[in-house]
Design a protein around this ligand. Sequence first.
Ligand SMILES: [Mn+2]
Length: 352
Amino acid sequence: MFALLRHAYKKRPRCSAALRGETRAVTVNSEALRRLSTKSFNVPPSAEFLARVSGICTMGKLPFQDSAEGLDAAFVGVPIDTGTSNRPGARFGPRQIRAESAMLRRYNGSTKAAPYEALMVADIGDVNVNVYDLKDTCKRIREAFSKIVAAGCIPLTMGGDHTIAYPILQAVAEKHGPVGLVHVDAHADTSDVVLGEKIGHGTPFRRCVEEGLLDCKRVVQIGLRGTSYTPDAYKWNRERGFRVVEADNCWHKSLTPLMAEVRQQMGEGPVYLSFDIDALDPAFAPGTGTPEIAGLTPIQGLEIIRGCRGLNLVGCDLVEVSPPYDTTGNTALLAANLLFEMMCVLPKMKYY
Ligand SMILES: [Mn+2]
């Protein structure tokens, strides 16, 4: 069995004929093709030759490797829910997203993106978090992501609750300087102190602003909604220079025109994309910790991510999937597809 798996995960040459020929063709002369190719990329096995339910459970059935060395982008899990304020369970997010990602194929049929012909991508496993100590976990996340970005690799992160965006952005800004932020969420996540604590899933972007990690004129928050403790819940954000696009300004319309404006706002500088699954309506994504009614649709989620094409993306995350609250797995299936779409808009992507 291991011989089969090694074969199925074998790096393929950058050769469209070999890709079209699938496994059987590659076995014939893979070494010869590799010698002819200047660069090769990881390509997940096709379900035509390796059953979806077979193999090791990695994101998108990509190979696993234990560091970001040599990668253009990496899927990485951060399995915590220590920062959640209501329903827990997001610590199980990365595992269920990986399980549901077995449905992902190689190409984006809609946008014609060919991620495995443009980027070297792998699953690098999970950050070794401390589920008993959120501050220690933040330190571990920052250290792990410092290594990822130092390797020149773009992290595609599977949460975990939204607390993780703070130490990730510490690591990202350490390399790139203050970044633009496309933040898709039902909540602003800019609370100051909750129950006396500065660190939690409602405070990450407040901490980021305080530490100068964000280029505040290049921050957009999309999908915000729900009841609040003050009449103008997003005043602090707008005063910082953020653009706030509340959910009711997204209802009944395509977000493609909005994203043209967002690309103008972001310009050429580095941008981080942070996508909280609760931005989407709980009818589509019930498996999450703090659901709010009347959210975005999956179609609007795709329009936002596809609208990030052309941006200088330096990192992306998909957070707050809580599998115990959606036993169908559909929330995680949605998350896996959104992460695939994020990969498909990274710089240097190839499109047919
Ligand atoms: Mn959030």
